[in-house]
Design a protein around this ligand. Structure first.
Ligand code: DX5
Ligand code: ZN
Length: 214
């Protein structure tokens, strides 16, 4: 499967965000990972629609929006409207509305991703696999950049890839959190093909960091 790098702007220098996004473009990364936090689903707050709308004017990168917010249904239209190409939400945040949320994202013309936290088993994703464009296996507890990769994630990635394959699908499996040049080959080998990286991209030279993760 094609390996896609999705640099997470959470680790960018917001003082020169536009400039750094241009460097991401030149690096060969295809996606831009945009972490939205509400201070409820996760302890921290990041940024929201005005920032996304503003950087949308600056780049054609695919906007991979990761919603770490409670009841994501409330804001899908606004995120689609401000420039998201893909919207990933958390199964744990959607209550009984997982399927409805996926359908709504599609109706808005975006690709739909479903994410699970480290403690959530991959089996709960299975009922939705046929509908999903991407599955995000969190490899750290969502909420902050710069954390250490949780080793038990590797087995979850493997299990998720197996489930997807059993369904005759080639759904993208994304990993997010603590990915570095030292462990990227482990997650790829386990079956992940969309690689989010924050610190590992934005600390140092963006272009050469992306190349080393590819
Ligand atoms: C964490 C976010 C991640 C974060 C990853 O909740 O979802 O996207 O930016 O940062 P690193 O790659 O530094 O672990
Ligand atoms: Zn993320």
């Amino acid at each position: 499967m094609e390996i896609i790098i999705s640099p997470s702007i959470l680790a960018a220098d917001f003082n020169i965000l536009g400039q750094q996004i241009k460097e991401v473009e030149r690096s060969g990364a295809k996606y831009l990972h945009i972490d939205v936090m509400d201070g409820m689903f996760v302890p921290s707050i990041s940024f929201g629609m005005p920032v996304i709308r503003s950087i949308r004017k600056n780049t054609d990168l695919i906007f991979d929006v990761h919603l770490m917010i409670e009841q994501p249904m409330r804001y899908l239209e606004e995120f689609a409207d401000c420039g998201a190409d893909m919207i990933t939400f958390h199964l744990e945040a959607a209550g009984d509305h997982v399927e409805e949320t996926i359908d709504r994202i599609h109706a808005l013309g975006c690709k739909a991703g479903l994410s699970i936290k480290p403690a959530t088993p991959v089996s709960v994703v299975e009922p939705y696999v046929e509908k999903l464009d991407m599955i995000l296996i969190m490899t750290v507890e969502p909420g902050f950049g710069g954390q250490k990769y949780i080793e038990s994630s590797t087995e979850k990635i493997r299990q998720m890839r197996q489930i997807v394959t059993e369904h005759g699908l080639e759904t993208d499996i994304q990993v997010d959190g603590g990915i570095t040049v030292d462990n990227v080959s482990v997650v790829k080998e386990a079956g992940a093909n969309v690689i989010v990286a924050g610190s590992a991209v934005f600390k140092g030279d963006i272009a050469s960091n992306v190349k080393r993760l590819m």
